[in-house]
Design a protein around this ligand. Structure first.
Ligand SMILES: Cc1cc2nc3c(=O)[nH]c(=O)nc-3n(C[C@H](O)[C@H](O)[C@H](O)COP(=O)(O)OP(=O)(O)OC[C@H]3O[C@@H](n4cnc5c(N)ncnc54)[C@H](O)[C@@H]3O)c2cc1C
Length: 300
């Protein structure tokens, strides 16, 4: 771990929340659903789709998991009411997976019913590898009762290609990302070049198997490689979309993608848990601190 990462990891938790807020602000769309939905409206007006995530994870209290479930249900109604181009992304441990698989299934089923009622889509984010099997199990279960549900495939995991092959038969819809957690070398590529190569392999395999893919990356070189392949193979633009995180500077790249006729979705996280959530992410993988610092001093 570099000195700067080490420093950030140990000093940030000791800082008051008011001090840390400006660091997190560009990446978090407020604390309330009203604030997040307002950001989504602006995002839509610029031609982008959105997906909302309530910040938080690893809930161990049943009532708290229930509360978050209800908030997600309510969000579907609000999105519909405001005619926004926006779906939802949930972390299974935020709605009960840390408590038990059954609790997560019960809560996610409720959220899925709301998605159905509002004719919307539900994405299940992928967390650390302890939860991968259960997340796929829940996804497969949901898929049996509703088509508009998706999951996430992490290109750093050795298993991902096989997972795609297993799930492809069932109209797979998956976001591909590199993966944000710190995983052991026995199960995950540690070499960033390999993670990137695997991202492309997974994208190609999904397209070959007729799956719908969300290419979630800010890596400009990877976006170039994806575009080159998409254009040379004439990949149907209705079978994929690009996805990025709210607030990450992209140097006009997203507008270019829209101009080329591709769909771009912005992941919009919000919620009062922004501070704890950011800290947990940072402690787990201090490398992401680099981005925050770098982007703070970068001007578009
Ligand atoms: C829409 C979306 C959904 C995601 N969902 C998941 C998920 O469910 N599970 C999971 O494990 N991971 C998820 N991730 C995170 C992902 O796995 C990567 O860790 C993250 O996107 C960084 O990888 P990269 O492809 O952008 O490439 P990198 O090479 O890591 O980053 C490329 C450049 O992008 C910028 N950048 C990247 N990330 C950030 C950031 N957070 N803040 C500021 N600048 C940044 C930096 O300038 C960096 O140099 C998601 C990412 C996106 C975009």
């Amino acid at each position: 771990m570099s000195f700067i990462n080490h420093l950030i990891k140990y000093t940030l938790p000791a800082l008051p929340k008011w001090f840390a807020r400006p660091f997190a602000k560009p990446y978090v769309a407020g604390e309330t659903s009203e604030q997040a939905l307002k950001h989504v409206k602006t995002i839509n007006e610029k031609g982008f789709s959105a997906t909302i995530d309530i910040l938080g994870e690893h809930i161990t209290d049943i009532d708290e998991a229930q509360k978050i479930t209800e908030q997600y249900c309510d969000l579907y109604d609000q999105i519909n009411h405001q005619s926004l181009d926006c779906n939802l992304s949930i972390k299974p441990t935020h709605v009960g997976l840390r408590i038990s698989l059954n609790k997560a299934i019960t809560n996610i089923t409720k959220i899925l019913d709301q998605a159905k009622k509002n004719n919307n889509f539900l994405r299940m984010d992928m967390e650390n590898s302890v939860y991968t099997d259960h997340t796929f199990e829940i996804y497969n279960l949901c898929k049996q009762s509703y088509e508009h549900v998706g999951v996430v495939i992490q290109s750093y995991l050795h298993r991902s290609l096989k997972d795609i092959e297993i799930m492809s038969g069932n109209n797979l819809n998956a976001r591909i990302c590199k993966g944000i957690y710190k995983e052991e070398k026995t199960i995950a590529f540690q070499d960033r070049k390999k993670v990137k190569e695997n991202f492309l392999t997974l994208a190609k395999t999904m397209a070959a198997n007729g799956a719908y893919a969300g290419y979630a990356t800010h890596d400009q070189d990877l976006i170039d490689q994806l575009l080159q392949w998409i254009q040379s193979e004439s990949i149907d633009p209705n079978r994929f979309e690009f996805q990025t995180l709210y607030g990450v500077p992209m140097q006009g790249r997203l507008e270019e993608l829209i101009d080329k006729g591709y769909k771009v979705r912005i992941y919009v996280p919000f919620g009062p848990d922004w501070f704890d959530y950011s800290l947990r992410r940072l402690k787990e993988n201090p490398a992401i601190a680099r981005y925050v610092i770098k982007n703070m001093f970068k001007h578009e």
